[in-house]
Design a protein around this ligand. Structure first.
Ligand SMILES: Cc1ncc(COP(=O)(O)O)c(C=O)c1O
Length: 384
């Protein structure tokens, strides 16, 4: 007998939360449950057939040779850094305006995050400041410049062309922190194929999210992919007992793979709907707030639609009063966090300013046109 399904929980009528996973679950319900029931039936909860199927579909979607499903976005970064051979004491250049996990993954393996300022228009790593940071680090001689880790903030791919050119000049490896941008593209090349190795996250609120923690490492390099596979499973090759390299418990659960397979079926349509809403926000809000600028030929995965406003906290409270949820990602630049002050030392004025100005509006595929218009009217009133 099939057990009764739990009742769907919906947001109170009238409120527009920043995220709404309930609506997507209601829309996909049958397929999600069918996929999960199949896992309960075969019982291979670790590295079951859904994980392999997901990896093939992710690799095909991104246009890369390999996708390796892992336990979270942060673990994807850490495993990728380990596979690349980044060692304790090596310097890894990261943007100062991003989520804590970016620098956290670097510090977790004993490497040194060096913060680079960002471009106020794209929110992504500023290539000129990257070059300065590399020169300063090399001149100080305390850490060996080894890798650069651009972040695709809010879903917008970083400037990989400029960053790769700098990395090549200084003999640095490039790892993309694409935790927020799976589904994005530049000139028709999807995220995953924009850097030699890419880490993404399937945290529930990401554009492609599971119902727990999850992530993936994508690459076309066979040797790197093989090392990533070993590291995610205690350093073992396949099912052998022998630890070939130092590893961790870094696998994606089969149940999460089942959830992601159901969501992948509708992912392209959801990205298109996100794009439509972003275009409407841009057209209707550009005269009152700073809206994100996306260059031609670049597709953002639109993990977040982030505007810049003066008196951001006042606007956030005013919108909350009328039932509209907004996000303040991030209220501190990384070098201002207690955990990362030890790595502080560079001037990062743009990151510090953005931390006071950014405000993310509700944007997901299940937002109705009527709700989009309500958000627009409320933002115009609160920020105007
Ligand atoms: C830029 C960035 N990097 C890394 C991560 C870490 O991903 P996870 O939460 O799946 O560990 C996140 C997630 O929220 C992120 O936004």
């Amino acid at each position: 007998m099939t057990p009764a399904r739990p009742a769907l929980v919906v947001a109170p009528v009238g409120r527009i939360p920043l995220y709404d996973l309930h609506r997507q679950r209601a829309r996909l319900g049958g397929e999600l449950h069918r996929r999960m029931d199949a896992v309960f039936a075969h019982g291979e909860f670790i590295l079951g057939p859904e994980v392999a199927e997901l990896e093939q579909r992710l690799a095909r979607f991104a246009g890369v040779g390999h996708a390796v499903a892992v336990s979270s976005g942060r673990d994807a970064l850490m495993i990728a850094l380990m596979a690349m051979g980044v060692k304790p004491g090596d310097a890894v250049f990261v943007p100062a305006f991003t989520f804590a996990a970016t620098a956290g993954a670097v510090a977790a393996i004993g490497a040194i995050p060096v913060f680079v300022d960002v471009d106020p228009a794209t929110f992504n790593m500023d290539a000129d400041d990257l070059e300065r940071a590399i020169m300063e680090t090399a001149a100080r001689g305390l850490a060996r410049p080894r890798a650069v880790m651009p972040v695709d903030l809010y879903g917008l791919p970083a400037d990989y062309q400029a960053i790769t050119a700098i990395a090549e000049r200084h003999d640095l490896m490039v790892l993309a922190d694409a935790a927020q941008s799976f589904g994005g593209a530049v000139g028709g090349r999807r995220v995953g194929a924009l850097a030699p190795i890419t880490a993404t996250s399937f945290y529930p609120t990401k554009p492609l999210g599971c119902y727990g923690d999850g992530g993936a490492v994508l690459t076309t390099d066979d040797r790197l992919a093989e090392t990533v596979r070993m590291i995610r499973s205690h350093g073992r090759a396949g099912t052998g007992d022998e630890a070939m390299v130092l590893g961790l418990t870094g696998r994606l659960d089969t149940l999460q793979a089942a959830v992601l397979l159901a969501k992948l079926d509708v992912f392209a349509d959801e990205l298109a709907r996100r794009g439509e809403i972003a275009a409407r926000y841009g057209a209707a809000l550009a005269d009152v707030v700073a809206v994100p600028s996306i260059r031609d030929g670049i597709a953002s995965a639109l993990a977040l639609y982030t505007i810049r406003v003066d008196e951001r906290d006042v606007v956030h409270s005013r919108l909350a009063e009328v039932g509209i949820g907004t996000g303040r990602f991030y209220r501190l630049a990384l070098h201002q966090h207690p955990a990362f002050k030890q790595f502080d030392g560079r001037r990062l004025p743009v990151s510090e300013r953005l931390a006071r100005e950014v405000l993310s509006l509700p944007l997901h595929a299940d937002l109705t046109d009527e709700e989009v218009e309500r958000v627009i009217a409320a933002v115009r009133q609160a920020a105007g």
